[in-house]
Design a binder for this molecule. Structure first.
Ligand code: CP3
Length: 343
């Protein structure tokens, strides 16, 4: 892994050309993904096939020669392992048949058995066996808050009203649930590392549901706890941790903490301003607006180069989008962006 530009950046070393990978780099925008996806009615069944996951993780690497690979799985495997009954059917988002709907549901929760997620750890091993030697593999989990929000809401939602009411009515039980999820995330990531991942990303995709003070109480507190558990364990202590917060109500400087290697910036953040504040302490990943990818090649090219120019003197810069690639994007557009980075 000595020659990995991605790992160099996470260690705050400079690279003449920034490393690049994308959130949701494997997914529905790729025809080769669709080709495999059509064989499964429930997306989760596909996630339970380690060899298929490895093949899917390799697709964007083979197509674009990216600098990091990400495990092909989903953040919702943990709630599924608590027997909340996850499925993903055509044209719907995730759905839980047995969501958390009362305080008693939390008290009655099954204990977490990391071995129930053995299919994920096998996928890590399979992916590592296919990847080029110097190409790192990113493991991941959802933040405890984001996992709790899906588990309570029972599905994706615009406003997560059920979750917000639950938070108001049962704050103590919610905190208990977040504790349980933090411990589960720790065991899950530890096992991913034992299976071969080289870095970890924590997705707090529903940070934007929380007010400034609630963000600390229900999300950051637990993400920090998770990171502390990782940093205190000899298996995971040296694995760099990347944090993605979607549109948080707090300033990025108020989100970072000791033990974090890198902040993955949402596209609404001002990368230049933040770079002055984080320089020499944290790597930065980001943060082109993914909607740029529906625009002209010229615009994609210039917006990509703008970010690269701003960050050219920043040791520890990793090019990424400010959120995931969406299914409507043409794969050729992604190639334009990569060419602009490497030009
Ligand atoms: O390259 C990769 O990033 C693939 C691995 C990956 C997936 N999901 C595969 C996936 C990763 C890292 C995730 C993370 C994930 N999953 C997040 C955090 C990132 C973010 O976008 O904020 C979240 C919130 C989820 C939950 C989730 N999974 C939803 C809401 C959905 C349905 C809507 C959607 O975006 O497709 C999924 C399904 C999912 N996860 C797909 C893929 C490729 C599409 C499934 C399909 O083909 O039907």
């Amino acid at each position: 892994m000595k020659d990995s530009k991605f790992l160099r950046a996470l260690n705050l070393k400079s690279n003449a050309i920034p490393p690049v990978w994308f959130m949701r780099q494997a997914g529905r925008y790729l025809p080769e993904y669709q080709e495999i996806r059509k064989n499964y009615s429930n997306f989760l069944d596909m996630c339970k096939q380690p060899k298929i996951c490895a093949e899917l993780a390799l697709q964007p690497i083979d197509r674009y020669g990216l600098d990091a690979s990400i495990l092909f799985s989903d953040i919702l495997t943990i709630p599924d392992a608590f027997n909340l009954g996850l499925s993903f059917h055509e044209g719907e988002g995730p759905k839980f048949s047995n969501p958390i709907s009362s305080a008693e549901d939390i008290n009655r929760l099954d204990s977490f058995d990391v071995n129930a997620l053995g299919y994920v750890f096998k996928a890590v091993e399979e992916t590592k066996s296919l990847l080029p030697k110097d190409l790192p593999l990113i493991g991941f989990c959802g933040s405890p808050w984001t996992l709790a929000a899906y588990s309570i809401e029972g599905k994706g939602s615009k406003d997560f009203n059920k979750t917000k009411s639950f938070m108001k009515d049962h704050p103590a039980e919610l905190q208990k649930f977040l504790e349980i999820l933090s411990q589960a995330c720790f065991e899950y990531l530890r096992q991913q590392v034992l299976s071969g991942v080289n870095a970890i990303q924590i997705f707090d995709s529903w940070a934007d549901l929380l007010s400034k003070s609630d963000l600390e109480i229900y999300s950051l507190q637990y993400t920090r706890k998770l990171s502390q558990l990782l940093k205190a364990d000899p298996v995971t202590e040296n694995i760099p941790i990347i944090l993605f917060e979607k549109a948080p109500k707090k300033e990025v400087v108020d989100l970072i903490f000791d033990g974090l290697a890198c902040m993955s910036l949402h596209w609404q953040e001002n990368i230049e301003k933040i770079s002055f504040k984080l320089k020499s302490k944290y790597a930065i990943q980001g943060n082109l607006d993914p909607r740029i990818l529906v625009e002209s090649d010229d615009l994609i090219w210039s917006e990509t180069q703008k970010i690269c120019a701003i960050m050219s003197e920043y040791p520890g810069f990793i090019f990424n989008l400010g959120h995931g690639i969406t299914p409507d994007i043409k794969p050729e557009k992604v190639k334009v962006m990569i060419d602009a980075i490497r030009a």
